[in-house]
Design a protein around this ligand. Structure first.
Ligand code: ADP
Ligand code: 5GP
Length: 215
């Protein structure tokens, strides 16, 4: 086996930031990619929003009260936080040194305001924007997901168009039409970025093996 599959199976402390209008399919894709790719962890955010019926505490989010969230803001415990559609969401500060030494990459599912703040603090971030194929499809997905009133769905849709205007400053854009295609593209981006960051390591290890074999 060549050296790069072994090296790129590990992370290097990269931060993948995924944003999209609510209902596009971020959660579904992130779950799938974290399950399939080794050394990739999901960053669990804190939120003041109430859990949806299928959501689990400490897996999807850490669900907290407004006062607990406020205390965390005052103690500067968030890498970034933002108010999104009437609720507050925050990313706990990652231990970047530890992630790097353990060979782990992190994937964040955060909105565009949060992405802007996070990228300023972490230059190893890779920004990926996920787009719904159409507003009609987005509406259907929001309805299918459940947990929102019709009014709330309308509110989310009105926010979606503006949000998509932010996609231009992201590194990558993926349209989530067929789930399998979007998943393959997301996975490919992560693997490609791992290869890019690990280039020097791959060259060094390859040279070492060459010398061992060929003298
Ligand atoms: P988000 O995290 O972006 O708010 P979710 O992952 O919760 O979105 O997805 C919203 C709904 O759309 C869910 O019911 C999910 O199963 C569905 N969904 C996600 N991606 C696709 C897709 N490519 N095709 C059809 N349905 C999808
Ligand atoms: P939802 O309520 O649908 O789970 O999420 C609503 C929005 O909040 C989504 O755009 C999601 O990406 C964003 N979000 C989730 N966690 C965070 C976070 O920690 N920080 C920021 N800024 N946005 C977040």
């Amino acid at each position: 086996m060549g050296v790069e599959p072994q090296i790129t199976e590990k992370g290097t402390g990269l931060i993948f930031i995924l944003s999209a209008p609510s209902g596009t399919g971020k959660t579904t894709l992130v779950r799938a990619v974290v399950q399939q790719l080794p050394c990739l962890r999901f960053s669990i955010s804190f939120t003041t929003r109430l859990p949806r019926p299928n959501e689990r505490e400490d897996e999807d989010y850490h669900f907290v009260s407004h006062s607990v969230f406020q205390k965390m803001v005052e103690r500067n415990e968030f890498l970034e936080w933002a108010e999104v559609l009437g609720n507050r969401y925050g990313t706990p500060r990652p231990d970047l040194k530890k992630l790097k030494s353990l060979g782990i990459d992190l994937i964040l599912d955060i909105d565009t305001q949060g992405a802007k703040k996070a990228v300023k603090e972490m230059n190893q971030s890779v920004l990926i924007y996920l787009l719904p194929p159409s507003l009609k499809v987005l509406r259907e997905r929001l309805m299918m997901r459940g947990g929102d009133s019709l009014e709330r769905v309308k509110f989310r849709l009105s926010h979606a168009k503006k949000d998509m205007g932010e996609a231009s400053w992201y590194d990558y854009a993926i349209v989530n039409d067929r789930m399998e295609d979007a998943f393959e593209r997301l996975k490919s981006i992560i693997i490609a970025e791992r290869c890019r960051r690990a280039k020097d390591l791959i060259l060094e290890e390859n040279r070492r093996r060459w010398e061992e074999k060929n003298g």
